[in-house]
Design a protein. Structure first.
Lengths: 112, 882
């Protein structure tokens, strides 16, 4: 039970990082975020939609991102998310942590 | 910010746009797949598949958007309200049961709070306030304390923050030609400061105003007196008011809502202890260590327990006993918690309120059992709904929570109604209690936050009580068999009917116990009504004539009294008339004195004392107390004649050990008196008192200007009053008698605790029985409708209407018999708790038990007849086809 929760936390943290990083390049709707992550990662990272929307809403409540209904080029209403100042700060922190983590893992791998 | 939005989303309708977001997502994904060469149809199918379980995602998103538990509560509440609205009959019946149950509890809580626990509005820190009385070795009960002893306690106690001395007194206020008594209090000078009550006008008493003979004729009057008598005069301070025959300067007005510190009365004025002689018909007691008259309260310092304080005060009392053996031999001091205060009405009401508490808890249990039964009955009807909810994946915990929410809504509405009921009943106790000495009692319930909190707890507990079992049983459905079976008889029916029968058993036994209690108290009240107090209750009237307050000094008063008796005896229809300082069963206290008898040696550490009454010539004959030997007083027994006394049989037996004391002598407060007669024992204060030695002395040799007048006549009080007033006014137009009542009335006014208990038990006992009968009816009706198939089969096989009637009735009466059996066992053990409220009735009185059996049996017969009759009307064809 405890282990499972830890795992989802770690995964969720990664998802948050990816979403915030994607939004740092400009506002986007949910589909766009998922598509961006997938294409930039050369199809390796596929975001589950069932997790994406709860995560977006959660980060919205935390104040990291803000949402707005906008009309797209082909005249459809889409909910567009953008990074807030708090989100930018969160992104910087998360990135620093991620870099630290990967550097540490790489170090261990090199050493072994 | 986020929190606020979530809170708002919790109460918003809709899904916060999730569906539109999802639609857009899927459309975009479809377009992407189409661009990659899929057909429109395949692309859409693939996109939907890729998105996954939409419902789950929607729920998860919503969970993020709302505050989860509030959302659940909100949904359950909405659902519950819909269910309650859909079954108005059920809802109404449940609400009536619970409102009665909870309302009765809140009322009793508020009485206990307002009368026993925090009886004195505006007085600060009542938790640290304790009652102080004296004790006398070898004699049960309490005595008052002498003023010098009181001062010594105050000086020597280190654990007490303040001693508040007070003694209830009264004065006659004339209103037209009618005299009215107003209760007031003689208090120590620190009174108002110590209890933390600040006069709204003027000042409280100054230190030192409680010393000296009649030295400080000042008074603080009540808000009510200021309002009613002085029309809220803002310049009242410095004006005078005659109290007990002497003008007192009004130095202060107590704040509104302050009624003094005496459970039962709303005091109208306060005077400092220096005015004690004026209110005691002249006897100066402030420097007399032998005169015990003050009582009161002590406020202990923070953290001091009653045991610590008691041992300190006992040590001080022991030192006083050693220092002043003449007056203090065998004397002690005792502390009581406020609710046990022996010198006001608190102590007398404790058993009554205790019984009331037990009774209303029983009522609540019965009401809960009824609502539980109703819920079970409805749960049966909702089986389909529950089965479907469970099978589409609702958690069992959610179902239980939902059913409990329904219960909580019911009991919350009922609690609100209960508060209304309780506020109606606020003054019920005072209304059940007759006024004594013409003064209305004040026994209010107090609906403060503590009562509120306790009622909320009761509300929650009763919800668990009536809601939990049905909720658990309802949600405990074996899904497989429930879905397989189309008929109503699914798993759980057996266990449910078992639970319902148990509930009826509990109800029946509880109402049986209450009825036994009611029966016992009714018999007790009858016994009290027919008990002889030792004097005539019929054909004797009594009233008070207060010459002291009217300003008479002794010599004028004596002339007035003699003439009054002559004039009374001249009125047609009056057999005889006599004066006495006290009339038996009055709220005032008898004189008491240390006594000594030749040849009687008291135990070394005890000082024998006895109470006595100062009576005029012919008093015993007038009131109807027979003489055993010797004679009673005549006009010849005046201040120039030798001192004489009449003792009662009890005193004769104790001090002269069965020899005739006539001709022997008794020393009363250092005066030797010759015994000239022995009177039959009587009751002196109330019917239930423990007999103590008692004697009489001539009024002329122990003078009092305030007297009771007894008149032996066959005429009614109303018929005699005009003649009485006329004769008194002929002597002095400024003197007015108080209310004229029969001695029977006088006696009955002392039986208030019994009457209140009887009223409470009879009212609530009947209520309990009705509720229990409704419960039994519900169970039987449900049984008949559930077993209609079986009943029809029996009919088809040749059972007659009489057989079916017998079948249903026997089932119902078996339940009743079981309940009565349990109740019988409980009552046999429990009725002893009625204690002193039972007068000449055994706690296991067979008549009370038998009548309770009959009443319960009749009520359950009535409850079973309708369902049984319906059973005989079963149409076998229709029932079997259904």
């Amino acid at each position: 039970m405890l282990r499972r929760r830890k795992k989802t936390d770690a995964l969720q943290g990664t998802l948050d990082l990816l979403v915030l990083q994607t939004l740092s390049r400009g506002p986007h709707h949910g589909y766009g975020i998922a598509a961006d992550i997938q294409s930039i990662s050369d199809d390796i990272l596929r975001v589950e939609e069932g997790s994406l929307y709860p995560a977006l809403h959660r980060m919205e409540h935390l104040g990291w991102i803000a949402a707005e209904w906008q009309t797209t080029s082909n005249n459809r209403r889409a909910r567009v998310y953008r990074l807030t100042r708090a989100g930018q700060k969160r992104l910087d922190d998360e990135r620093a942590r991620w870099d630290q983590l990967t550097r540490a893992v790489a170090k261990v791998l090199r050493f072994a | 910010m986020g929190w606020f939005r979530r809170f708002r989303a919790t109460f918003a309708t809709g899904d916060g746009g999730f569906d539109e977001e999802r639609r857009f997502h899927i459309d975009a994904r479809t377009a992407e797949y189409v661009r990659h060469g899929m057909t429109e149809e395949d692309a859409r199918r693939e996109a939907v598949k890729r998105f996954g379980n939409a419902t789950l995602a929607r729920e998860r998103t919503r969970d993020v958007d709302v505050i989860r538990w509030i959302d659940d509560v909100r949904r359950d509440t909405g659902h519950a309200l819909r269910m309650l609205r859909r079954n108005p009959g059920f809802t109404l019946l449940a609400l009536v049961c619970l409102t009665l149950g909870i309302g009765a509890n809140v009322a009793v809580f508020s009485w206990i709070e307002g009368i026993l626990l925090r009886p004195f509005p505006l007085v600060v820190d009542q938790d640290r306030l304790f009652a102080v009385t004296g004790t006398e070795r070898g004699t049960p009960g309490h005595t008052d304390v002498s003023w010098p002893d009181w001062l010594d306690l105050r000086r020597n106690s280190t654990l007490a923050e303040a001693f508040v001395g007070e003694k209830i007194t009264g004065t006659t206020l004339s209103i037209g030609d009618r005299a009215e008594r107003a209760p007031g209090s003689i208090v120590s000078a620190n009174y108002f400061d110590a209890i933390g009550v600040r006069p709204m006008l003027g000042r409280s008493f100054a230190a030192g105003e409680d010393a000296g003979r009649n030295a400080y004729p000042v008074t603080v009057i009540s808000y009510q007196m200021w309002h009613d008598r002085f029309h809220s005069d803002p310049a009242i301070i410095g004006k005078t008011q005659v109290l007990a025959g002497l003008p007192h300067t009004i130095v202060g007005v107590a704040p509104e809502g302050f009624y003094g510190t005496f459970v039962g009365y709303a005091f109208q004025f306060w005077v400092p202890a220096s005015m004690q002689p004026q209110f005691d018909a002249g006897a100066y007691k402030l420097e007399d260590r032998g005169a015990r008259w003050i009582e009161g309260f002590v406020r202990l310092k923070r953290g001091v327990t009653i045991e610590q304080a008691q041992s300190e005060l006992s040590a001080i009392a022991a030192r006083l006993e050693a220092d002043y053996p003449e007056t203090n031999r065998g004397r002690g001091i005792r502390l009581y918690p406020l609710w046990q205060t022996p010198f006001n009405n608190a102590g007398a009401l404790v058993p009554t309120l205790g019984i009331a508490l037990v009774v209303v808890l029983a009522i609540l249990l019965i009401a809960c059992a009824n609502v539980g039964n109703l819920l079970l009955l409805r749960a049966f009807a909702r089986q389909q709904e529950m089965t479907i909810r469970l099978s589409v994946g609702a958690g069992r915990g959610r179902l239980v929570k939902q059913l409990l929410t329904e219960g909580l809504i019911l009991s919350s509405i009922a609690a609100a109604g209960g508060f209304v009921v309780a506020s109606w009943l606020r003054d019920a106790l005072a209304l059940l209690t007759p006024p004594r000495g013409g003064i209305l009692l004040r026994l209010p319930g107090e609906l403060d936050w503590r009562v509120l909190a306790l009622s909320a707890v009761v509300c929650l507990l009763s919800t668990l009580l009536f809601g939990l079992a049905p909720a658990l049983l309802t949600s405990n459905i074996d899904l497989a068999s429930a879905l397989r079976s189309q008929s109503g008889s699914v798993i759980g029916v057996r266990s449910r009917s078992w639970v319902r029968s148990t509930l009826v058993l509990v109800q029946m036994s509880l109402s049986f116990v209450l009825l036994v209690g009611a029966g016992l108290l009714i018999q007790s009240l009858q016994a009290i009504r027919h008990a002889s107090p030792g004097f005539s209750t019929d054909g004797v009237l009594t009233t008070t004539v207060d010459l002291f307050t009217a300003g008479y000094e002794a010599e004028r008063a004596k002339i007035f009294q003699d003439e009054l008796i002559d004039r009374m005896q001249a009125i047609g229809g009056v057999e005889s008339a006599a004066l006495s300082r006290m009339t038996p069963f009055s709220y005032r206290t008898y004189s008491t004195a240390p006594i000594a008898v030749d040849g009687y040696d008291a135990p070394r550490d005890q000082q024998p004392t006895a109470e006595y009454n100062e009576i005029g010539p012919g008093f015993l004959a007038t009131i109807g107390i027979p003489l055993v030997s010797g004679r009673e007083f005549t006009r010849a027994d005046n201040e120039t004649a030798p001192l004489v006394a009449v003792v009662d049989e009890m005193m004769a037996a104790q001090f002269w050990r069965g020899e005739d004391p006539v001709g022997r002598r008794v020393q009363v407060r250092n005066r030797w008196m010759q015994v000239v007669g022995v009177a039959r024992n009587a009751r002196y204060r109330n019917l239930l008192e423990t007999p103590k030695p008692f004697f009489y002395v001539p009024l002329r040799q122990n003078f009092s200007a305030t007297t009771a007048l007894q008149i032996r006549t066959a005429r009614r009080p109303a018929a005699l009053t005009p003649a009485l007033v006329r004769e008194i006014h002929a002597l002095d137009a400024n003197v007015a008698p108080s209310e004229v009542i029969t001695m029977r009335e006088q006696v009955e006014r002392t039986t208030a605790p019994q009457r209140i208990s009887v009223t409470i038990l009879v009212v609530f006992g009947s209520l309990a029985l009705v509720l229990a009968a409704i419960g039994l009816y519900g169970v039987m009706a449900a049984m008949v409708s559930q077993r209609s198939g079986e009943l029809a089969l029996r009919m088809a096989l040749g059972a007659g209407a009489a057989d079916l009637l017998r079948l249903v009735l026997s089932k119902g009466l078996a339940l009743t018999a079981g309940g009565v059996a349990i109740g019988l066992l409980t009552a046999l053990q429990g009725t002893r708790l009625l204690g002193y409220l039972l007068y000449k009735v055994e706690p296991r009185d067979p008549l009370a038990f038998a009548s309770a059996v009959v009443v319960v049996a009749l009520a359950s017969l009535v409850a079973c007849v309708v369902p049984a009759w319906r059973a005989t009307r079963t149409d076998p064809l229709r029932a079997l086809r259904a």
